[in-house]
Design a protein around this ligand. Sequence first.
Ligand SMILES: CC(C)(COP(=O)(O)OP(=O)(O)OC[C@H]1O[C@@H](n2cnc3c(N)ncnc32)[C@H](O)[C@@H]1OP(=O)(O)O)[C@@H](O)C(=O)NCCC(=O)NCCS
Length: 185
Amino acid sequence: MELVLPDKKYKDSYLEALDDGFNAKYLGSQSPMDAEDIAEIKNDFEGFLTQQVLRPADLTPKQQADGKYYAGVPRVLYWLIDNGKFIGAFVLRTELNDFLKYIRGNVGYGISPQYRRKGYATQGLSLLIEKARRLGMQKLLIAAMEENIGSWKAIEKNGGVLENIITLPWENSGQRYKRYWIDID
Ligand SMILES: CC(C)(COP(=O)(O)OP(=O)(O)OC[C@H]1O[C@@H](n2cnc3c(N)ncnc32)[C@H](O)[C@@H]1OP(=O)(O)O)[C@@H](O)C(=O)NCCC(=O)NCCS
């Protein structure tokens, strides 16, 4: 199993994952992508790879869910590959702005539905921590919804220490988010 930079040689299993409900647009989403978006990717897979997946991080300030503007941060997107097949994706943000410090943290991930509950998020996160270590990072902030048991269990199995549980003031769902730090040293 390995974490690699996205590559067109994984096209078939990547497209299969999209059909199966993997959300390439919002890695943390529980819902599949729209059929139209999937069709667009299928029509021009290499264009999608170049323009959306391998693109350099957009650092221009953008409005976030709290209504304020924050500059983008550098990030690397990896694909988790096992037996030559696409399993899921992990994003590593190597810096944090104030919004990310508050809620989204350094890491995001999603595993293709057919491969869930087989330990892939846990193992992929462990590989991502190694990537972060090699990049000189000392700690990672990761947040997960309290109801997303698979996500926070994977974090805890990788040494995540719970800092606090917060409710986002701009959401009225009452959903609670668990904020963890992983100490890389
Ligand atoms: C959350 C997610 C990444 C978990 O991936 P996964 O590969 O299934 O996780 P793992 O197999 O490593 O599971 C880790 C632990 O959580 C448990 N688990 C996983 N999914 C679970 C679920 N839906 N309900 C209860 N427990 C669950 C596993 O059994 C395992 O615990 P155990 O070792 O004690 O048995 C995956 O469900 C997913 O991609 N969801 C949609 C996107 C998302 O939520 N991303 C995370 C945003 S923070």
